[in-house]
Design a protein around this ligand. Structure first.
Ligand code: IPE
Ligand code: IPE
Ligand code: MG
Length: 251
């Protein structure tokens, strides 16, 4: 595990400190405009830039986005190539600004499946922002929840360590930020698609029809307001946990 990122203290009531997003709907956004799917992914990268900024301003300390899944290799070769190129382009275009703004980049995922050029790009971006502390941005790339659980279990087995919930969690790819408080999925599908299987055990889920390239600050505010109204019980009953988050936030 890389060094822990999130502060130990809890987030202010009603505000998620770790937000995860399944950025879905780029293809449909493009198809509606008679554009190639890659044009939708480009627009999606612009949406991500806006949302990173908006999250940092709202006080979110970790943002984890699903950029390329273990299963996305099954797409047409031109689309896969376009997504690899887009990652490299976004790194060179956005890297310096993210660095200046205190964002620390991580790329959780299976690097063994990526080209040397992509691995070099993501390693450089991670090293270049390693001193930053304002917000962690985890760009999950060639990531799958099942892959993550298997690689963590394999590490424990290789080291001969005892398998417990705590030890396994310590070796998952998101261990440095802990579990997400809120998971947003754009694009209208109500499924996890092999994203953070282990980490989302108690995450609040938020699904919206909005296609990812159209997701803006107002949409993010809507998701955060919805989260603020949730009562997270973690298996307990309300009376054990006191007032719901919404009441605490406005107290
Ligand atoms: C999500 O958008 C981005 C990736 C999976 C890389 P899609 O490309 O899945 O968009 P839709 O679901 O086809 O609209
Ligand atoms: C999930 O979206 C993966 C990413 C957003 C990177 P998909 O579009 O690949 O998911 P499915 O195939 O509809 O479940
Ligand atoms: Mg999709």
């Amino acid at each position: 595990m890389s060094d822990p990122f999130l502060p130990e203290h809890p987030a202010p009531a009603g505000l998620p400190r770790h937000v995860a997003i399944v950025m879905d709907g780029n293809g449909r956004w493009a198809q509606k405009r008679w554009l190639p799917r890659v044009a939708g992914h480009k627009q999606g990268a612009d949406a991500l830039r806006r949302i990173v900024r908006a999250c940092a301003r709202s006080g979110v300390t970790a943002l984890t986005v699903f950029a390329f899944s273990s299963e996305n290799w099954k797409r047409p070769v031109e689309e896969v190539a376009g997504l690899m190129e887009l990652l490299l382009m976004a790194l060179s275009r956005e890297g310096p600004t993210l660095k200046q703004n205190g964002v620390r980049l991580y790329f959780p995922g299976d690097r063994s499946g990526l080209s040397a050029k992509v691995v070099k790009g993501i390693e450089a971006a991670e090293a270049d922002t390693a001193h930053n502390r304002r917000m962690a941005l985890n760009v999950c790339f060639n990531y799958g929840g099942r892959w993550d659980i298997v690689q963590a279990a394999r590490t424990l087995a290789q080291r001969g360590e005892d398998i417990t919930e705590e030890s396994l969690a310590r070796h998952t790819a998101l261990a440095h930020v802990g579990d997400p408080d809120l998971m947003i999925r754009t694009g209208g599908e109500c499924r996890i698609s092999n994203f953070l299987l282990w980490q989302s055990a108690y995450t609040e889920l938020y699904f919206t029809e909005c296609l990812w390239p159209d997701f803006d600050e107002a949409e993010l505010e809507r998701a955060l307001a919805d989260y603020a109204g949730r009562e997270r019980r973690f298996g307990q009953v309300s009376e054990q946990r006191g007032a719901p988050a919404v009441a605490q936030r406005h107290a």
